[in-house]
Write a protein that binds this ligand. Structure first.
Ligand code: P6P
Length: 332
């Protein structure tokens, strides 16, 4: 099939046939639950100024952050779509304090899906790119229904079966990995399908951009300030520029395609980092490694961290090999 006609669902099926010849295709069915929900989200994001989805929903989420109306809509779209797939036992969302058990599939459901339904949502009102981030984990059947749902969710990132994001930017793109490289799909509004646009994405080993909220620089540990000064002075003849959107998916998407480094170090306000391990750092780290990059918390590989809480935070450093190896050499 010409790649220009390859949809993400067909790509998943091809991947499964190639790497898991005996799989039942239910993984593709699960992924289509995510793509369906993100098409609903994309439609609302694209028309945010015309339909009543801008502004605050007037309530706080588990993070203590004011929920935007689109946060609520995006969360509901994913919960409803995934619960109807018939193979998802548990879902965990940035917007909900505890995991959600899909009662009908609690015994036999083989998947856990963890997601940030609308990351960077505070940017919506000013028309800046936002994104959906997801992580898919295996779940052993629990016929006796005795295992606490959180035990199925709190798995280290190296056990992810697949991960990805949708960036609602100048175009809407679905980027994912199932452990065999990273592929990108662009939503074609004329047919309502995500169509293959990047067969295999590789992160450049050396870039010329760094992405960090410089307003926090005074509270970074000294090594980070020294590192950023080193980049500004030039590395191997490359002088670095700074780009920071303030929306993780958009900042990472640029880093994935152009190289360089994204950093959210420990700060005074967030001494353990701001970004969430389970539904921000882990999926992005899986993608970065699959594209040839690296992701750490400053001391260890993100994917090796054993989670202790659904909403735990972590320092997050992700980028091309050259920038990451230099930083890790300065931190350790
Ligand atoms: P700051 C958005 O709120 C978010 O969770 C990420 O998308 C983004 O990378 C980060 O926070 C931005 O945080 O402190 O720089 O505004």
């Amino acid at each position: 099939m010409p790649s220009s006609m390859m949809t993400v669902e067909q790509h998943i099926l091809e991947e499964q046939r190639r790497h898991f010849p005996h799989s039942s295709g239910e993984f593709s069915w699960l992924l289509s639950g995510i793509t369906y929900a993100t098409k609903i989200i994309a439609d609302k994001v694209r028309r945010a100024g015309l339909v009543d989805v801008l502004g605050s929903a007037g309530v706080e989420n588990v993070q203590g952050e004011t929920q935007q109306k689109l946060d609520v809509l995006a969360n509901q779209a994913l919960l409803t779509s995934l619960a109807g797939r018939g193979n998802v036992a548990i879902m965990a969302s940035e917007e909900d304090a505890e995991p959600i058990v899909v009662s009908r599939d609690r015994q036999q459901g083989r998947y856990v899906v963890v997601f940030d339904p609308l990351d960077g949502s505070s940017n919506i009102d000013v028309n800046v790119s936002v994104g959906t981030i997801f992580s898919i984990l295996r779940r052993e059947p629990d016929p006796q229904q005795t295992r606490p749902p959180l035990d199925d969710v709190l798995q280290p990132g190296y056990r992810q079966l697949a991960a990805g994001y949708v960036v609602y930017g100048s175009s809407t793109m679905f980027v994912y990995t199932s452990g065999n490289g990273v592929a990108g799909f662009t939503l074609d509004p004329s047919v309502g399908a995500f169509v293959l646009s990047f067969e295999r994405i590789s992160m450049p080993e050396k870039g010329s951009l760094y992405s960090v909220n410089e307003a926090n620089a005074d509270s970074f540990p000294d090594e980070y300030r020294t590192y950023l000064a080193r980049l500004r002075a030039g590395l191997d003849g490359r002088v670095y520029s700074s780009r920071y959107i303030g929306s993780l998916v958009a900042d990472f998407h640029r880093t994935l395609l152009k190289g360089g480094i994204f950093l959210y170090p420990p700060t005074k306000a967030n001494p353990k980092g701001k970004l969430r391990l389970m539904y921000e750092a882990n999926p992005i780290a899986f993608l970065a490694e699959q594209a040839g990059g690296m992701a750490t918390d400053g001391t260890q590989r993100i994917l090796d961290i054993t989670p202790t809480g659904l909403h735990q935070r972590t320092p997050f450093l992700v980028g091309g090999r050259a920038e990451m190896e230099l930083l890790m050499g300065m931190l350790n």
